[in-house]
Design a protein around this ligand. Structure first.
Ligand SMILES: [Ca+2]
Length: 406
């Protein structure tokens, strides 16, 4: 079986990092441009003496619109609290997944600017935690547009369904005029996956990569050559950082990259890797079964507790005590077979493989390294700090020993 293990490793080494560049995607979504065609946009104000109108930009003293042709003009008089709101009640927006809301504000010549304590923000009656977000700046000059940015990424995504109002507070006078245009939502591009590895097997190629936190899932792209064209091969978002591509033939070389997806926005692509399918010997097939089994319990373990999860289709926070016992047995095999290395072990050309690190020369013995290290009770706290499976090899081994109370 040692020979078979070597063969598997050699295939993996030929997973190439070829690099690639792909176009970025747009990341701003218009929420309100105040065009006359926007019949769904209703405006109201709780402040008496305030009027709101849509006016054509560039006419009658209005500035040129920053979006479309029209702008919103707000005029108010007799507001001693120097606070006004442009209400947006009754409208539903889906703000989830966006990082911030942006609005352009223009204070015409002759109108007061804000006090030093002035602020512009947005609020909703059901955002949590808190219910409003203060913008980063207020206009400090007359007769020019300023873009105000309001962070909304910290709110509970499930409650980001509407904006109650745009708020202008601590204005410089009891009466004033300002123009508003182009309320939009900004979503930053998610981080691209890295650490992508393609591994050839009998009639299939497996892909693994480092999980990206906070994204909705991944798309996988495949091509026959490094130059492409690349085609998406998953029909729905992959929500874990593993993908098996069953090709059905041997001797086939394929190229892949992976992107992470958040709110429908794709990240830049990962590196491009390639692998080839090949006919396995019985020994190689047995090794693959062992390693794939090990991979479920190791790569798919709960990122905090390292316990085995109930299953792929279950809620990912549910772990199984019986399955964890089986997982511990696979780890013993994984160590013996060289699917994972131990803390401090010297690597001879070892490399990441299936989310674990493979030792090219499997000279270690579980009874020499695993138990003595695992019995270091002083490392118990580290179990609580495990973040991801990959790259946390040391802490994962500790976790096993803690469970076994050696
Ligand atoms: Ca407009």
């Amino acid at each position: 079986m040692k020979k078979a293990s070597f063969a598997l490793i050699i295939v993996s080494i030929f997973a190439l990092n070829l690099g690639m560049v792909a176009p970025l995607v747009a990341s701003e979504t218009l929420l309100a441009g105040y065009e006359t065609s926007e019949t769904d946009l209703t405006l109201s104000s709780p402040d008496s003496g305030m009027t709101l109108t849509k006016v054509q930009g560039g006419t009658s003293g209005a500035p040129a619109a920053t979006q479309g042709s029209y702008v919103l003009k707000a005029i108010w008089t007799g507001q001693p609290d120097r606070k006004v709101e442009i209400r947006h009640d009754g409208l539903n927006y889906n703000l989830a997944g966006f990082d911030k809301a942006l609005v352009d504000v223009f204070i015409p010549t002759g109108a007061a600017l804000f006090q030093s304590t002035g602020l512009i923000g947005i609020w909703s009656d059901n955002w949590v935690p808190g219910n409003w977000s203060r913008g980063d700046i207020v206009p400090t000059e007359n007769n020019r547009w300023f873009t105000i940015e309001m962070n909304i990424s910290s709110f509970n995504p499930g409650l980001l369904d509407h904006i109650s109002a745009l708020v202008f507070e601590n204005y410089g006078a009891d009466s004033g005029t300002l123009y508003v245009d182009n309320i939009r939502l900004f979503r930053s591009e998610p981080n691209e996956p890295n650490g992508l590895i393609a591994t050839g097997h009998d009639r299939r190629i497996d892909l693994t990569w480092n999980p990206v936190t906070g994204v909705g899932g991944y798309n996988i792209y495949r091509a026959d050559s490094v130059a492409g064209p690349f085609t998406k091969i998953n029909t729905s978002l992959d929500d874990i950082a593993v993908h098996s591509d069953f090709l059905g033939t041997n001797g086939s070389t394929k190229y892949y990259y992976v992107v992470s997806v958040s709110g429908g926005i794709e990240s830049s692509p990962s590196e491009v890797v390639s692998a080839a399918t090949y006919a396995m010997t019985d020994d190689q097939l047995l090794t693959e079964v062992q390693e794939t089994t090990f991979s479920y319990f190791w790569d798919f373990a709960h990122p905090v507790s390292r316990l085995s999860r109930e299953g792929l289709t279950h809620w990912s926070e549910i772990c199984t005590s019986g399955g964890t016992g089986m997982g511990m047995m696979t780890i013993v095999v994984g160590v013996e077979r060289g699917f994972v290395f131990l803390p401090g072990e010297h690597l001879h050309g070892g490399h990441a493989h299936h989310g674990v690190s493979v030792v090219e020369a499997p000279h270690h013995h579980a009874d020499r390294a695993l138990l003595p290290r695992g019995c270091e009770v002083g490392r118990l706290h580290a179990v609580q700090q495990v973040t991801v499976g990959r790259g946390a090899v040391d802490r994962q081994v500790i976790g096993v020993v803690v469970v076994s109370r050696c």
